[in-house]
Design a protein around this ligand. Structure first.
Ligand SMILES: Cc1cc2nc3c(=O)[nH]c(=O)nc-3n(C[C@H](O)[C@H](O)[C@H](O)COP(=O)(O)OP(=O)(O)OC[C@H]3O[C@@H](n4cnc5c(N)ncnc54)[C@H](O)[C@@H]3O)c2cc1C
Length: 436
């Protein structure tokens, strides 16, 4: 049975895809997932004259690039927000061409707090020097050894711990003791120049994907690749193709949401296990009072007992919004506790930084739920110490017809939306050469 035309038309009704072709039961390539990577892969394959079917488990495109326009009266990116390495990011020319509002924003600390105590300006300056030093030492260590990035920390003063937060939980989405120093060199999560997008990074990715026919609410359940080509089983039927590109997160792959026949080889399972999902979670908090205590786009970090650190991006685009970020082990802990607790934690932190009367102006808060999102199961993948080769293993195709792409496979700037796009494009070009 081919994928039904109704599934596609349902998506059209939701205004998500603009093209009304029915999906053929037999195509050159099936792309699994309509996030940044899958959309770019499909776009490139179509440019190269291949027939493509894109299937997406969710009821929308974009994956971890998602701009929420319903929680607040303004766009809020639940996933990616910064366009990293903007001078070389495939989305930058599109954002400019389509008239998006862009703001340069490389993180630097305008406020640093140790619990409820504000650090003086000289300690903040010291922290930026320590940060540069730590960055250099992790990179140096990573060029030599595949060990935990935490080995590059010299001492464990409060300032050192605070600084480590930026390279670990807030950037790589894992604590430094769970991150390979070698892998650190591949990560693109804070590579300048960085731009923020007022209309939302998710909006931009969705606009890029709007003309690509996608079959929504169609999870791939099983991939059979033992005979000729590949067969992809879904609840709506089976798609037959010469090859497929899987863009699911390593969280989804590790949870075995897609079964394989024959089963995945041990080297592929090892690669997936070596790249577990890290977690970055956002606590957006809306206030009725405009821009108090800090200015728009300023950055504040609060270092807390037990690595319960929180970073705030203040009032982006002059909105009455503080965006709190928690990462690594603490983000998993808070996700398990739930939204109410997360928002409370955020509000308490705001009170200690912005003043005890901040609550008077509180309007509403929210919490991103990537930890439990069944089609992500985390924010992005970071390779464990000793597993820096895992990205190469994840990229390696099986039987020259089952390919993998996505942020975890990115050739450059791993963990990022731009890196995921590049991975999709490069994988599509490779597949196009093989699939005649
Ligand atoms: C909180 C947070 C903040 C972030 N901040 C930034 C940032 O500021 N800048 C930045 O560049 N990046 C950031 N990222 C990372 C960025 O969002 C991701 O790297 C990127 O969006 C991943 O794209 P992808 O295509 O690899 O994966 P995804 O976006 O996850 O796309 C994969 C798609 O496959 C679908 N899927 C999975 N399994 C199946 C299946 N079996 N069948 C069918 N479909 C399936 C999923 O639903 C999904 O739509 C952030 C991520 C998070 C969570």
């Amino acid at each position: 049975m081919a994928i039904s035309r109704r599934t596609l038309l349902g998506a059209l009704g939701a205004g998500i895809c603009a093209s009304a072709q029915s999906i053929p039961s037999q195509v050159d390539v099936v792309v699994i997932g309509a996030g940044s990577s899958g959309l770019n892969a499909a776009h490139r394959l179509r440019q190269l004259g291949k027939t493509v079917a894109v299937i997406e488990a969710r009821g929308r495109i974009g994956g971890r690039a998602f701009t929420d326009t319903s929680t607040f009266k303004f766009p809020f990116d639940r996933g990616c927000a910064w366009l990293h390495k903007a001078d070389d990011n495939p989305y930058t020319p599109l954002a400019k061409q389509w008239g998006y509002t862009l703001e340069a924003h490389d993180t630097k600390l305008e406020g640093l707090y140790f619990r409820d105590r504000e650090a003086p300006a000289e300690v903040r300056e010291l922290s930026s020097r320590i940060e540069e030093g730590l960055d250099g030492r992790i990179a140096k260590l990573g060029r030599k050894r595949d060990v935990a990035a935490s080995n590059a920390m010299r001492k464990r003063s409060q300032v050192d711990e605070a600084v480590a937060t930026f390279h670990g939980p807030m950037s790589s989405a894992v604590d430094l003791d769970e991150l390979s120093a070698k892998d650190y060199l591949t990560i693109g999560t804070d590579v300048p120049p960085n731009l923020l997008i007022k209309e939302g990074y998710g909006t931009l990715v969705a606009q890029f994907g709007k003309d690509i026919p996608v079959s929504l609410n169609t999870p791939a359940r099983k991939i059979r690749y033992g005979g000729q080509g590949v067969q992809v089983d879904t609840d709506q039927g089976t798609l037959t193709a010469k090859a497929c590109i899987i863009t699911s997160s390593t969280g989804v792959l590790a949870a075995e949401k897609i079964r394989f026949d024959p089963p995945l080889p041990a080297w592929k399972e090892d690669a997936i296990a070596g790249l577990p999902m890290g977690l970055l979670a956002k606590i957006p908090l809306q206030y009725s009072k405009p821009e108090f205590r800090y200015k728009a786009f300023e950055d504040v970090l609060r270092e807390n007992i037990g690595k319960r650190d929180i970073y705030f991006l203040c009032w982006p685009f002059h909105l009455n919004l503080l965006v709190g970020f928690v990462g690594g082990d603490f983000a998993w802990e808070l996700s398990a506790a739930g939204e109410e607790e997360a928002v409370d934690f955020g509000k308490n932190s705001v009170r200690s930084i912005f003043g005890s009367d901040a609550d008077k102006y509180f309007v509403k808060g929210s919490f991103t739920k990537w930890a439990s999102d069944p089609w992500a199961l985390g924010a992005y993948a970071a390779s464990l110490p000793g597993s820096a080769g895992a990205r190469e293993g994840l990229r390696r195709p099986m039987a020259e017809r089952v390919f993998f792409a996505g942020e975890a496979c990115a050739p450059r700037w791993t963990q990022t939306c731009g890196g995921a796009a590049l991975s999709g494009i490069e994988t599509a070009e490779l597949v196009a050469k093989i699939v005649k």
